[in-house]
Design a protein around this ligand. Structure first.
Ligand SMILES: Nc1ncnc2c1ncn2[C@@H]1O[C@H](COP(=O)(O)OP(=O)(O)OP(=O)(O)O)[C@@H](O)[C@H]1O
Ligand SMILES: O=P(O)(O)OC[C@H]1O[C@H](OP(=O)(O)OP(=O)(O)O)[C@H](O)[C@@H]1O
Ligand SMILES: O=C(O)c1cccnc1
Length: 490
C-alpha cells in the first residue's frame, strides 16, 4: 500500500515530541530507557487475547525518518528550537525491540512488547505502537471468540464498509485472519496479505434486473462459482425456488455453491431452505448467513439448530462492537541514572491495578511436561531463567496465598528479539504460518480459559525476585515521601 500517509513518523502525540525536546535541551537525549506495553483488563472479558500488529510495527520502525516537510511543519508550530529540529533531521530508530510473535496468546498485566533505546526514540514510538497493537490485538481476539462459537464452520470477513476507515479495514482483516477467519471480502487485503478472497452478490443485482430469476441467471452466465442472495422478494417463495431453477438450468456450467440469507429469522429460514435444497438434489449447496452476526448470535443460532454452514461477519467483528478499544499502555520500567547505571522505575497510583511492575522483564509460558498444557505465565526480571530451577514457585501477585510449586515443567520465553540496536533481526513468518501458530497455541490452553462466559482467570505470576523488587521500590518511594514530609519539605 502506498499513500501520502505511508510514513508514520509524525503519527505520534505532540507531547512525545515535546518531551523529546526537553530531554534534548537537558542534554539527556542519549540516556537509555526501557518501556513495556501491556494491558490491564482482558478484552471482551475473554480468558485470553491473541497478539497481533507486529508486522505493521516493524514497517513503521523501519521507516522512521523526519522529512524536510515534517521538519518544516514542526518549525511552523513555534515550539521547537532549531538545534532540536536539526537533531530530528538526522533521527533514526537505533534501539532494540522485543515482542511476542503474532498469533501468540497474551494475558493481562504481562509485557507484550518492549522497547529499549535512548529516551527520545522510546518516547517517540509510544503512540504508533499502542495504536497498532491495541487495534490489531483487539480484532484478532474478537475473531478468536467468533471462531470458538462457529466451531469448524468457514468464517468470512465482511467488515470493510463498516470499519473505522480504510487502514482499520485492511489491517483488521489481517488480524481477523490470524484469529481464525478463513477469507475476506476485501480484495486489497487479499492482494496485500495473500488472504483468500470470497464474494457473493448484493441486493442491487436483483434490483437492477427487477427479478431474482433474471438476476441469478445473469450472474450464473457470467460466473462459474455461484452463491445466490435469496432474501429478495420472498426468501422461501421466490429467492430459493429461483436459485434452484437457475441451478437446474445451468447444470454443470456452474458450481452451485449455495445461497446467502441476509435477513429474517435465520433459524427458521435456514431449516426450510436446507429442506428445499436437499429436496431439489443439492445437499452440498451451502447456506451462508450474514446480518449483524457475532459470537452471541452464532451460539444462539446453533442452539436453535439453524442449518447455517458459512458465516459472513462484518460490523461486529471489525469495529470490535462490544468493546471498541483495548487499553494497552506503554510504561517506563527502567532508565539510566546520572551515574550511567540502569535503575528500575515504577508508576505508582492510588489505584492498585495501575501500579506498574518495575524492571526489564521476560515472560515465560510454563507448561507441565506430562500434558503440554499451559499452567500459567511467569514474569521474571531479565537476568532470570526459570529453566535453571529444579522447582518453580508460582504465586498470585496480589493474593500470594494462592500458589503452587511445579517440578516437571518447561518454560518458554515469549518476548523475541525483533530489532537490535536499530537493525531488524527477526524474519516475519508467512501469514498462514502465523495463523496456524495461533491455532496451535490456543489448543495448548485448558478449556476453562476458553469458555465465552466467565472464563477462569489465567495465572500471570511474578517471580519472587521480580515481586520483591517491586515491593522494595514501592517501599523506597513511600519512605522518600515520608522523609520529605517529616522534614517539612512537602
Ligand atoms: N433465529 C435467530 N436467533 C437469534 N438471532 C437472530 C435470529 N435470526 C436473526 N437473528 C439476528 O437478529 C438480528 C435482527 O434480524 P433482522 O432480520 O430483524 O434484521 P434487520 O436488521 O431488521 O434486517 P435488515 O438488515 O434487513 O434491516 C440480526 O442480528 C440477525 O442476525
Ligand atoms: O451485517 P454485517 O455483519 O456488518 O455484514 C456485512 C453486511 O454488509 C452487507 O449489508 P449491506 O451493507 O448491504 O446492508 P444491510 O444488510 O444492512 O442492508 C451484507 O449483506 C451484510 O449484511
Ligand atoms: O460477499 C458478500 O456476500 C458480502 C461482502 C461484503 C459485505 N456483505 C456481503
Amino acid at each position: 500500500m502506498s499513500n501520502e500517509f505511508d510514513n508514520l513518523t509524525l503519527h505520534t502525540d505532540a507531547y512525545e515530541i515535546n518531551m523529546m525536546q526537553t530531554y534534548f535541551q537537558a542534554g539527556l537525549q542519549d540516556r537509555r530507557a526501557v518501556f513495556e506495553v501491556y494491558f490491564r483488563k482482558m478484552p471482551f472479558e475473554n480468558g485470553f487475547a491473541i497478539f497481533a500488529g507486529l508486522e505493521k510495527v516493524i514497517n513503521y520502525i523501519k521507516d522512521i525518518n523526519f522529512t524536510d516537510d515534517d521538519i518544516e511543519f514542526l518549525r511552523s508550530q513555534n515550539e521547537y528550537t532549531e538545534e532540536f529540529l536539526e537533531y530530528l533531521r538526522n533521527f533514526k530508530f537505533t534501539g532494540s525491540i522485543r515482542s511476542l510473535v503474532e498469533g501468540e496468546l497474551v494475558f493481562n498485566n504481562e509485557p507484550m512488547l518492549q522497547v529499549e533505546g535512548n529516551v527520545c526514540e522510546c518516547q517517540l514510538v509510544e503512540t504508533a505502537i499502542l495504536n497498532i497493537v491495541n487495534y490489531q490485538t483487539l480484532i484478532a481476539t474478537k475473531a478468536a471468540r467468533i471462531r470458538m462459537a462457529a466451531g469448524d464452520d468457514p468464517l468470512l470477513e465482511f467488515g470493510s464498509r463498516r470499519a473505522q476507515e480504510t487502514a482499520a479495514a485492511i489491517w483488521g482483516t489481517r488480524a481477523a485472519y490470524i484469529g481464525g477467519f478463513n477469507a475476506t471480502s476485501n480484495v486489497l487485503a487479499g492482494k496485500n496479505f495473500n488472504i483468500p478472497i470470497s464474494g457473493t452478490h448484493a441486493h442491487s443485482l436483483v434490483e437492477l434486473f427487477q427479478d431474482d430469476y433474471k438476476a441469478f441467471k445473469a450472474y450464473a452466465q457470467s460466473h462459474r462459482e455461484c452463491v445466490f442472495l435469496v432474501d429478495t422478494f420472498d426468501t422461501l417463495k421466490s429467492g430459493v425456488p429461483n436459485a434452484i431453477k437457475v441451478a437446474n438450468e445451468m447444470g454443470d456450467k456452474i458450481h452451485f455453491a449455495g445461497v446467502r440469507i441476509d435477513s429474517g429469522d435465520m433459524a427458521y429460514l435456514s431449516k426450510r431452505v436446507r429442506e428445499m435444497l436437499d429436496d431439489a438434489g443439492y445437499p452440498d449447496a451451502k447456506i451462508f448467513a450474514s446480518n449483524d452476526l457475532d459470537e452471541k448470535t452464532i451460539t444462539s443460532l446453533k442452539m436453535q439448530d439453524a442449518k447455517i454452514d458459512v458465516w459472513g461477519i462484518g460490523t461486529k467483528l471489525i469495529t470490535a462492537f462490544d468493546q471498541p478499544a483495548l487499553g494497552a499502555v506503554y510504561k517506563m520500567v527502567s532508565v539510566e541514572n546520572d551515574n550511567g547505571e540502569m535503575v528500575d522505575t515504577i508508576k505508582l497510583s492510588n489505584n492498585a491495578e495501575k501500579v506498574s511492575t518495575p524492571g526489564k522483564k521476560q515472560v515465560w509460558r510454563i507448561t507441565e511436561r506430562k500434558d503440554g498444557k499451559s499452567e500459567g505465565d511467569y514474569i521474571t526480571l531479565d537476568d532470570e531463567n526459570p529453566n535453571d530451577e529444579d522447582s518453580l514457585y508460582m504465586f498470585h501477585p496480589q493474593y500470594t496465598y494462592i500458589n503452587k510449586t511445579l517440578t516437571d515443567f518447561d518454560a518458554r520465553p515469549l518476548l523475541k528479539d525483533i530489532y537490535k540496536d536499530g537493525a531488524l533481526v527477526y524474519e516475519q513468518p508467512e501469514l498462514a504460518d502465523i495463523k496456524q501458530y495461533s491455532e496451535d497455541v490456543l489448543s495448548s490452553l485448558w478449556p476453562e480459559y476458553k469458555r465465552e462466559l466467565n472464563p477462569q482467570e489465567y495465572p500471570v505470576d511474578l517471580s519472587t525476585k521480580c515481586w520483591n523488587n517491586k515491593m522494595s521500590i514501592i517501599k523506597d518511594v513511600h519512605d522518600k515521601i515520608k522523609n520529605k514530609q517529616d522534614k517539612g519539605e512537602l
